[in-house]
Structure formats: structure tokens, C-alpha cells
Design a protein around this ligand. Structure first.
Ligand code: 1VU
Length: 300
């Protein structure tokens, strides 16, 4: 069976990435007890302009204290003066990575990578250590450049997407229908994020489920996200975290089936297609099985 090709994401990513407004010491304290794979300390939309300075300092202190999970910081968009202020304040604490909102395209991720190069040097951080996760679809023009992420900075750790800013930008009055499903323009943005991430060889992370009281709806949404190929999901509330973690964990049945598929091809190294339980299995099934086993191994 041929090796995994460039269109299959190799890197693993966190399943649950919880946003925490960085100006809220109360929420930050709460986040320490949450089982999220990653926290995103937010300096952007959830923090009022008047609170940004204090939020930067709080975020820096929180990161410096250390934490078991990955610590990301969502800075302000790169074409605002706040972005540089954010980076200067938080880089001495050496966060795991930077979440980049409203990028104009991969060129903003590349520009951020250059800034990080300097700031890492200034702060004695190993070069290239700080990762980048763009929220890739928040500007309409960015949708026309999604393929550029395939040649972007090696700091790229994944791609995620957002609908709210995109819908505001085009003047829409809603991005979901009355049943909570994405309307067509936002399904397109979600799909572009998925395919651009795959083409770039990085994991795709699905966006927030804003109805934070509806955990049943979230479970359903997150299972579908995993089915579609997303490897994790953004969260906005502590109660969403366990639901997301569970949804992105392969089931025992899936693992058993994946082991059988990989085993069958190992026993038949020259076969392109094989039969299993009356169904044809070939390279895509083998790739999918390998991915399931890799995820399962990472989560053990
Ligand atoms: O039990 P306690 O009173 O001690 O704590 C409350 C509350 O403070 C805490 N909590 C959180 N802790 C950490 N991180 C959070 N994100 C968080 N949210 C709440 O949990 C306890 C219960 O909270 P609640 O159910 O009473 O909810 P609240 O009314 O306090 O808060 C609701 C909102 C939505 C405001 C809150 O969950 C929040 O601030 N979420 C994050 C918002 C955010 O960062 N937005 C950026 C979105 S990014 C995006 O859209 C990109 C695509």
C-alpha cells in the first residue's frame, strides 16, 4: 500500500480548544480545572478595547505560571496596531502558539511568522517553536486564497474557520437556518477550511457551537465534524469540552475495524483492493484506518 500522500494531514491536533477571555481572571481560574486539550486566551473580540492592556498582562502571567495543556493566544488582526502590542507583551511568556484572526490569507500567517522569528530571538525561545493557527475564513477576500496555505510557513499547525465575522462582512442577517444548520455560504467556508487544511497537510479544526446550553446539539454537530474530517473543534464554554473530547475519540468498533483493514493489507502487501465483510476496501479505506489508529494511539 502506498505511503500517505501530501493531501492527508499528518500532524495531530487537539480535540478541544477552549476560548477564555483573557481579561477574566475568574474564567481563567475556572479553565485550569477543565479537561480541554488546549486553551485559547483571547485578546480579540471577547475583550473590550478598554480592557486589552490589562488582558495582555493577565495572559502573560497565566502562561508564565505554566499549564498542562497547550496554551494559545488569540491576538488581534495583524493589520491593527493592537497585534504588535499583543505579541510584545505575551511572547516573553512563550505561548505554545498564536491564533491569528481575520487573516487576509496565508500572507498574514507568513508575516506573523517573520515577527515571531524576531520575538523568539529576543526572548531566547528556540526558533520556530511558536505555532500559528489562522481563523482562515473571516474575511470574504480570504476565501479566494485558501490554497496558499499549502505553501505557508512551517509554523502552520492547523486551520480553523469562523462564520460570524464573515456573515457580518457580507451584510447577512444570519449564518444558520432556524434548525441551527449552516446556510450555504458558510457551508462553503467550512468546506474550504477543511480542504485547504488537508492540502496544506495540517489538521482542520471546526468552529464554535455558539448555543452553549445545547449540549445534545453540540454532540451531534461534533460527531458530524469528525465524520467530515475535522480533527478538533473550538469551544466557548467549559461544559462543551467533555462533549467535544468524546465526539472526537474513535469508538471501540471503529478501532477494531481499522485494525482489521490495516491487518488485511499487511497480509496482502501486493493487493490494491480487497473484500471485507462483503465490501470492497482499497487505498482510501486503508488511509482512513491508519488515521483512526493514529488518533486512537495519540489519545491513549
Ligand atoms: O461557576 P463559575 O461562576 O465560577 O464560572 C462560570 C463562568 O465564569 C465559567 N465560564 C468559563 N470559564 C472559562 N472559560 C470560559 N470560556 C467560560 N465560560 C464560562 O463557567 C461557569 C458557568 O458559566 P455560565 O454558564 O454562567 O456562562 P456565563 O454567562 O458566565 O458565560 C457565557 C459566555 C458565552 C459569556 C462565556 O462562556 C464566554 O465568555 N465564552 C468565551 C467567549 C469567547 O471567547 N468568544 C470568542 C469566540 S471565538 C470565535 O467565534 C472564533 C471563530
Amino acid at each position: 500500500m502506498p505511503a500517505v500522500g501530501p493531501d492527508v494531514a499528518e500532524a495531530g491536533v487537539s480535540r478541544s480548544l477552549l476560548f477564555v477571555p483573557a481579561d477574566s481572571e475568574k474564567k481563567l481560574a475556572k479553565a485550569r480545572g477543565v479537561n480541554a486539550d488546549a486553551l485559547i486566551l483571547d485578546l480579540e473580540d471577547s475583550v473590550a478595547a478598554s480592557a486589552k492592556k490589562a488582558a495582555r498582562q493577565i495572559a502573560r502571567g497565566f502562561i508564565a505560571e505554566g499549564f498542562a495543556a497547550e496554551l494559545w493566544v488569540r491576538i488581534n488582526p495583524l493589520d491593527t496596531s493592537d497585534a504588535l502590542d499583543d505579541l510584545r507583551e505575551i511572547m516573553p511568556a512563550a505561548p505554545f502558539g498564536i491564533v491569528l484572526p481575520k487573516p487576509r490569507g496565508a500572507r498574514d500567517a507568513n508575516q506573523l511568522a517573520k515577527l515571531l522569528e524576531v520575538l523568539e530571538q529576543e526572548n531566547n525561545i528556540p526558533p520556530g517553536r511558536t505555532k500559528i493557527l489562522p481563523v482562515a475564513t473571516e474575511r470574504p477576500s480570504a476565501l479566494f486564497h485558501m490554497q496558499d496555505y499549502a505553501d505557508a510557513t512551517p509554523r502552520l499547525a492547523g486551520l480553523t474557520w469562523g462564520a460570524e465575522d464573515l456573515s457580518a462582512a457580507v451584510g447577512a442577517t444570519a449564518c444558520r437556518d432556524t434548525d441551527g444548520r449552516w446556510l450555504a455560504p458558510y457551508e462553503l467556508a467550512r468546506s474550504l477550511c477543511l480542504f485547504a487544511a488537508s492540502a496544506a497537510g495540517v489538521p482542520a479544526v471546526d468552529t464554535v457551537y455558539t448555543d452553549f446550553k445545547d449540549l445534545e446539539g453540540l454532540a451531534h454537530y461534533a460527531c458530524n465534524a469528525r465524520r467530515d474530517g475535522f480533527e478538533g473543534m473550538l469551544a466557548i464554554h467549559p461544559e462543551q469540552v467533555d462533549v467535544i473530547n468524546e465526539a472526537f475519540r474513535p469508538s471501540a468498533e471503529e478501532i477494531a475495524r481499522a485494525e482489521r483493514i490495516v491487518g488485511l493489507f499487511a497480509e496482502n502487501p501486493d493487493a490494491g483492493a480487497l473484500g471485507m465483510d462483503g465490501e470492497m476496501i482499497d487505498r482510501p479505506h486503508w488511509l482512513q484506518a491508519k488515521r483512526i489508529l493514529k488518533t486512537a494511539a495519540r489519545l491513549n
